[in-house]
Each structure stands twice: as C-alpha cells, then as structure tokens.
Ligand binder design. Structure first.
Ligand code: HEM
Length: 236
C-alpha cells in the first residue's frame, strides 16, 4: 500500500471528521425534528416555522451544513472510485462492513441529492404547510419505500462510520474496545432507524383537517370539461 502524501492524509482526516461533525450530529437532530410528524400537523409545521425563523439561517446552512456535506460526499465518491480494494487485512465481517460502507454511501449520495433538491429547494421552498405536502408525497408507495431505503442506508452508513471513525482516530485500538463500539453503534443505528421510519409514518396519519388531500393525485385540480348535458343544464 503506497504511503499517502501529506495533503492526502489531511483530506482523509477531514473526510473522516466531517462524517461525524457535523454530518452524524445533524442527522440525529434532523430525524428528531422530523419525528414531530408523529404528534401531528400543527406540531410539525410549528417546528418548521421555528427553524425557519433562526437568525443567520442561510449562513448556518451553507457554512455548517451544505459545505461539509458536499465535501464529504464529493471526496467520498473520489475515495470509492479511486481506491482499488480494502487495503487492510481484516476479518470477514469487517470486510463486508467495508463494502457496505461504500454501497450505502452511493445510495445515500443519490438520496440526499434527491431529498435536498426536491424538498428543500423546490417543493417546500416558501411553503408554510410542509406537513400537508409530505403527507401527499408519502402517500405515493414508490416515494414512501424510496425514503425507507434511503433512511436505512443512512443509518447503516452513520453507525458503521462511527465505528471506523473511532479506529481511524485511534480511540478504539484493541479487539475488545472495537467489539464494544460495534455493539453500541448497532444499537445507535437501530434507534436512529426507528426514529427515521416513525417520522415518515407520522406523515401518513389520517388527516385532521377535512380539506387536506388524501394523496398526491388529489392535490391536482380536476380539469375535466363539463359534459354536454351539464352545459345544457347550466344554460337553462
Ligand atoms: C447521511 C450522511 C452521511 C453521514 C452521517 C456520513 C458519515 C460517515 C462517517 C462517520 C464515516 C466514517 C469516517 C471514518 O472512517 O473515519 C463515513 C465514511 C465514509 N463516507 Fe460518509 N456519511 C454520509 C454520507 C456520505 C455520502 C453521501 C457519501 C458519498 C459518497 C459518503 C462516503 C463515505 C465514504 C467513502 C466513507 C469511507 C471512508 C474510508 O473508509 O476511508 N458518505 N461517513
């Protein structure tokens, strides 16, 4: 295995660090905020309103969120498509985890672009009734299952990523500490998965307001032309 140059070493460490700070912390916060959907429309839209009212929101988003996300995603893709195979000699289980870390990275890459561009920048931009919008979106089975896959891959990538992060930074060196970290992170991943899936299911509750559409197709206006009989009646 060739020795990395100084800049490669720094970029690798930065990639590793951004995976935890801020990405993993943000995912926990994001899933927890979204789980207000389980309380109801008012509670969820209230949380959205509060977050949108944060001072310096754009600076926080671009400086602390989008930039580290973009760096981790783009450099992650570079790592995946330039490294040949697992360079370290490891157990069968850890080799699988290594492969799955990269497979889930690619799924999460597509999912994040789809989610952030679609929801943050297009559908929910300036829209006050976000619960209603997501209710309509998740009523489509394709969208619903795509979110479940995206959330599951995110949870795996985050939980296994924290295990490798602890090894990268020399926090878990021995076998016992690595096993302990693997157990603890499995629990963390499963808890996060529960919160994420519950948040999505929270949007599928029976709508409280009678005017709320039941699914995405019912949001569209009905444009069918009046029948000749209806026109005749209207004229009379
Ligand atoms: C939900 C968002 C994400 C979170 C929370 C996250 C978190 C992490 C963490 C904690 C690590 C471990 C770092 C280490 O081993 O020191 C990691 C590794 C990695 N991430 Fe992410 N990540 C996310 C999204 C992505 C995306 C979209 C990609 C796109 C390609 C990606 C690519 C990678 C790769 C390739 C590794 C392995 C690096 C290595 O083994 O050297 N990640 N990620």
């Amino acid at each position: 295995m060739k020795t990395p140059t100084y800049s490669e070493f720094v970029l690798r460490r930065l990639h590793s660090l951004t995976g935890v700070i801020p990405l993993s912390f943000f995912i926990f916060f994001h899933f927890s905020a979204n789980s207000f959907s389980t309380v109801g429309e008012e509670a969820f839209d209230g949380v959205v309103k509060q977050l949108r009212g944060l001072p310096f929101l754009e600076a926080i988003e671009w400086g602390l969120l989008f930039s580290p996300f973009l760096f981790h995603m783009v450099y992650g893709m570079y790592i995946i498509f330039t490294s040949r195979s697992n360079p370290r000699r490891q157990s069968y289980g850890r080799n699988w985890a290594y492969v799955m870390q990269r497979v889930t990275a690619i799924v999460v890459f597509v999912f994040i672009l789809y989610h952030v561009i679609g929801i943050r920048f297009i559908d929910a931009a300036g829209q006050p009734r976000v619960y209603e919008l997501l209710h309509a979106k998740f009523s489509n089975p394709f969208t619903y299952w795509w979110y479940i896959v995206g959330i599951t891959c995110t949870c795996y990538h985050l939980a296994n990523g924290i295990c490798t992060f602890l090894m990268t930074w020399g926090i878990t060196v021995g076998r016992t500490s690595q096993r302990f970290a693997a157990g603890a992170m499995t629990a963390v991943g499963l808890i996060l998965l529960f919160i994420g899936v519950s948040a999505v299911n929270g949007f599928l509750k029976v709508p409280k307001r009678p005017d709320m559409p039941l699914n995405v197709h019912q949001v569209l206006p009905t444009t069918s032309a009046p029948t000749s009989k209806e026109t005749l009646v209207a004229k009379q």
